[in-house]
Design a protein. Structure first.
Length: 134
């Protein structure tokens, strides 16, 4: 009878080792996923920083002129209209957007603008291909 219990103990030990191995592999895959997501987030932040730098460096002159025109328009608007009214208009617009157009898709104009400016990697690859714009 003791032999039967020894055999069951060996099976339980094998199952424990397999589940322990599965648990370790699951943890390893989870850590890899976290590292991958952190790397992608840092890449996105670095890419946006490079795009801002390339806007200031006049890599794409049209987009740099567009940014200057938008900033000058904002300065003139802030000079002519009191900030209290601008905040009031912004708040009314923000909270009534869904009422005016419930099926509208939200977008961020600043990120749309930055997506059109090339990052350093894109600038280097376009220089290698001979598509430099000046």
């Amino acid at each position: 009878m003791d032999a039967m219990f020894d055999w069951e103990d060996e099976e339980e030990d094998k199952e424990d080792k397999e589940s322990e191995h599965k648990g370790f592999m699951d943890k390893l895959y989870a850590i890899q996923d976290v590292f991958f997501s952190v790397q992608n987030a840092l890449d996105e932040v670095a890419s946006n920083g490079e795009r801002i730098k390339n806007t200031v460096n006049w890599t794409v002159p049209f987009l740099s002129w567009l940014a200057i025109a938008a900033l000058l328009s904002a300065v003139v608007l802030l000079y002519l209209v009191p900030l209290r009214y601008l905040v009031l208009i912004w708040g009314v617009n923000k909270f009534t957007k869904k009422l005016r157009d419930p099926y509208m898709i939200d977008n961020n104009e600043l990120l749309d603008f930055l997506s059109r400016v090339p990052s350093d990697v894109q600038v280097v690859s376009s220089c290698r291909e001979g598509r430099i714009t000046n």
